[in-house]
Design a protein. Structure first.
Length: 268
């Protein structure tokens, strides 16, 4: 089923969901009613505050009011990971209240940190169970990788823009996300030395899924990505590899910026 077309700026666009048989959570439902506990953030995350925790609870309450896409339901562990991840530490130049608004925020070099709802939807589509090795294409500030780190065994993330990738690596190490490894490089090539991957997440839109990434997806693995040209309708798709063949699901219509190959010049 295809959702309504919505978009946001720069890195990611919100894949909005259409009508669903899944009712939104009522306003009087406790904020943790659909939220399941996940691994706690690393002990090095010391700059969390009561204000930040309250803002995250409010954000998750708002996100869970609508299903991730038509006919789907939220994984409570995904909502738990968003509630546990201190997003304000990944947008250090923004006021704390702004960091928890459901919209992207600039992180420099013409890029943004993804909208929390986008992070939630794409993470939900990965169907993580905690044992997976995940490849992320597009590290940005490291926020998505931090969320994935609480839901999977190990995260490998690639960033084309070197200054962003270097800062994200330092930030994740400083905060204690020891199961995340950052590489500066071309996402189109993937990370063959660490393949195969149980899950692959692409955070910008290629015109078609790169062959190298399909080859690096493990048997039974899931790949989630927006697909399509910059000036044409794009689809958020979920691909599953079964017996060497790819099964495709279209989750929503979306608008993302293009996935830039390594031989092209990124935004200044």
């Amino acid at each position: 089923m295809m959702g309504r077309l919505c978009w946001c700026c720069l890195l990611l666009a919100l894949p909005s969901c259409g009508p669903s048989s899944t009712p939104p959570a009522p306003d009087d439902e406790p904020p943790d009613a659909l939220v399941e506990s996940v691994a706690a953030p690393p002990p090095a995350v010391r700059d969390d505050t009561a204000e930040a925790r309250t803002l995250r609870e409010d954000l998750v309450r708002e996100i869970r009011r609508s299903p991730p896409w038509s006919g789907a339901t939220w994984d409570g562990r995904v909502l738990g990971a968003l509630q546990a991840t201190p997003r304000h530490l990944f947008v250090p130049d923004a006021p704390i209240a702004l960091a928890y608004e459901d919209r992207p925020q600039p992180i420099g070099h013409g890029q943004t940190i993804s909208q929390p709802t986008v992070v939630a939807i794409m993470t939900n589509a990965l169907e993580l169970r905690g044992t997976e090795r995940v490849l992320e294409i597009g590290t940005g500030s490291g926020y998505q990788a931090a969320v994935l780190a609480l839901l999977s065994r190990r995260v490998f993330t690639i960033e084309l823009v070197a200054p962003l990738g270097e800062v994200a690596r330092e930030r994740l190490e400083k905060l204690g996300y020891s199961n995340v490894e950052v590489r500066i490089g071309d996402g189109y090539a993937g990370w063959p030395e660490q393949a195969p991957f149980d899950r692959i997440l692409i955070t910008a839109a290629p015109p078609e899924i790169p062959r190298a990434l399909l080859d690096q997806l493990a048997e039974g693995g899931i790949l989630v990505a927006p697909v399509g040209g910059e000036d044409e309708p794009q689809e958020l798709v979920r691909l599953t590899k079964r017996s060497g063949r790819i099964a495709k699901e279209n989750l929503a219509l979306v608008r993302f910026v293009p996935m830039v190959p390594g031989n092209a010049k990124p935004n200044p």
